[in-house]
Design a binder for this molecule. Structure first.
Ligand SMILES: O=C(O)[C@@H](O)C(=O)COP(=O)(O)O
Ligand SMILES: [Zn+2]
Length: 214
């Protein structure tokens, strides 16, 4: 028997399927890498199942999990559900989470010597306006509880994070916002590699402050 969903939940499921497919079709997600989640109106989380391809999500099989981590329905949730939960539990503005292995941010995450408090020194305004600083979480193997512990500590202060040797995690007030901000960060990382060793005119402290106080 097919489960009946409220219209808002049905809408949320469709949105997740649509954004997953969009990420996949445009090369931001490959294979079965990455995971998405959002906070439903009933207070539970809707998340992508472990091992699923973001390009081929089935809205009826998405995982439903309580904020305490109990698996309610759908396929088995992502192995990263603990870090998704940590972000919702420690940031009241977090309504959705995107984690990808997008090419340029993952390349950035593999560099030595990143500033752990902000791995993207501002050189264009939009990333400052939309995301702000991006701290680096030390490397732990995927699914490790320490990813959740570290993100829980950082959640109240930041909207995006770079998991070392792994990839980005971005929160938003909606799945759309989290997705857009992930793309903005990915394009910024791409610019960093395009610019390479050339001398960049970084935004000055006062230019950054002006963008933040908007
Ligand atoms: O890198 C990993 O293994 C996970 O972080 C990931 O991206 C996919 O894991 P699942 O969501 O469990 O498929
Ligand atoms: Zn991952």
């Amino acid at each position: 028997m097919t489960e009946q969903f409220s219209s808002s939940e049905q809408q949320a499921r469709l949105e997740m399927v649509k954004l997953g497919a969009s990420f996949f079709q445009r090369g931001y997600a490959t294979g079965s890498a990455g995971n998405l989640s959002l906070l439903l109106e009933d207070g539970n989380l809707l998340a992508t199942p472990t091992g699923s391809c973001l390009g081929e999500l089935d809205g009826n099989r998405l995982s439903k999990v309580t904020l305490e981590g109990e698996w309610i329905s759908g396929d088995k949730p992502s192995k990263e559900i603990a870090f998704h939960r940590a972000l919702y539990l420690n940031n009241p503005d977090c309504k959705a989470v995107v984690h990808l292995h997008s090419h340029y941010l993952t390349a950035l995450s593999c560099l030595q010597g990143l500033d752990s408090e902000n791995c993207i020194r501002p050189f264009t305004p939009y990333v400052v306006m939309r995301v702000g600083d991006v701290p680096v979480v030390p490397y732990y193997k995927p699914g490790d509880q320490r990813l959740a512990d570290d993100l829980a500590q950082l959640a109240g202060k930041y909207r995006a994070f770079l998991l070392a040797n792994h990839g980005p995690v971005v929160v938003g007030k909606s799945l759309r916002e989290a997705a857009d901000n992930t793309e903005e960060l990915e394009e910024t990382a791409r610019l960093m590699f395009t610019l390479g060793d050339r001398a960049i005119r970084y935004l000055t402290d006062s230019e950054v402050a002006e963008l933040r106080s908007r």
